[in-house]
Design a protein around this ligand. Sequence first.
Ligand code: URA
Length: 497
Amino acid sequence: MPALALRQGVAVTLPGPADFTAWRQAARGLVAAEIPPEQAEWVVAGELPGLLAEAPAPPPSAAPFSVPRAFLDQAEIAIRHSDRERFALLYGLLWRLTHGERHLMQAATDPAVIRLSALVKAVRRDAHKMHAFVRFREVQAEDGPRHIAWFEPDHHIEEAEADFFVRRFASLRWSIVTPRRSVAWDGQALDFGPGGRRADVPPDDAMEPLWRAYYASIFNPARLKPGAMRAEMPRKYWRSLPEAAEIPRLMAEAPRRVAEMVERAAAAPNPRPQKPRHLSMPPHVLRDMPTPIDAPADPAMALAALREELLSRPDLPAFAARATQPVFGEGPVGAALMFVGEQPGDEEDIAGRPFVGPAGRLLDRALAQAGVERRDAYLTNAVKHFKFTPTGKRRIHQSPDAGDITYYRPFLAREVAAVAPRLVVSLGASALTALTGKKLPVLKTRGQVVTALGGQPVFATVHPSYLLRLPDAEAQAAGFADFVADLRAAQAHTQGL
Ligand code: URA
């Protein structure tokens, strides 16, 4: 690749604003040619016309070099940031990593390392907003319905996040239009094009009244914090969210509604003070426990509110940001049996559905043998995001810790209250702890009915992946038979209730 040597060094033109492969190739060339960061200039094609040059290709004899994975992983995300200095920042770090500072990424106080991590965080946050705030409008095209959404990202995330929407809406035909880019999915392939205008996206569709009614119903005036609300859902997103049309009215009405709530509470008879449960638990655990939650008046709406809340919470554990999406429960409200597993695995994370991977297939077989219809049951998990350790191309399941279980427990409690099953079946230790608030030994408790913090009966059994880990085929067959027997017993229990 020819290089254009400027008086002050080399100018590199990248084909796109977030093209990591091109940046990486050019940067390798610059390092091999010993061009120091202050002599490298980075531009994006089309942004500064006239300055067209290419980075030098590594000379044939250049020794290959390697850089820490932690740098590459972060650089691949940071390059999507809209900061003009991002390429130079990355090249400066690469230069230092290859010139005697191999352990630079561990220097947590180094200003360049800190800056890199800030860029990564900002890009992740932007992606999270895109996942939560893209709203499709249905339009009738000549060849059938198509869904179109307008979104204004702060950073160059359109291409990187397109896969998220493909996985989520694989069977729809959709386009997301942003000021810089448009992304279209026809059910088979992605197509990227130039940006568009908000006016290209229709403002209304039949779903809007539903979104608005839903938002108004979950809006709690007593919790109104306009500052936090604006930070979490900046005004620029309001315009494309159908439910946002309700925000000004709901905000204006909030003080009156709070006053009414206070009046109603004062007029109501004093509730009897409740004896705290499980006094043997340490105080911080008690604080995090849900008090028994009444079944909501509209369970379907309550479950929808739960979903929406999980999609946009700012305080999710760090691992949630690496997951593709939260995985919600599925099944009918009022199901006789509700199964609670530990957390979604790799396949569940991608599909956005619980129990569709290896453990789910084993559970399906056991349910079939026990005569339980999967579609009649409600299946969910104690933890709603996939927690994993990335190793090369694989994502290795990491067990949730006590803090993770405590964090998601209120969601599970609300889900159980909304589904209101006759019997909850806990699959494995995490589910049993999440439901009961106690660390009960699974193998000793299996087959017994204990009480959830919310008062519901919980039938304890093992997790299907426990069966997959049994040492040999014989043990697995026996373990499977015992598991099927547990499922039969759970079903029989619902019939006797
Ligand atoms: N394991 C679980 O606990 N839940 C799932 O959804 C899948 C595997």
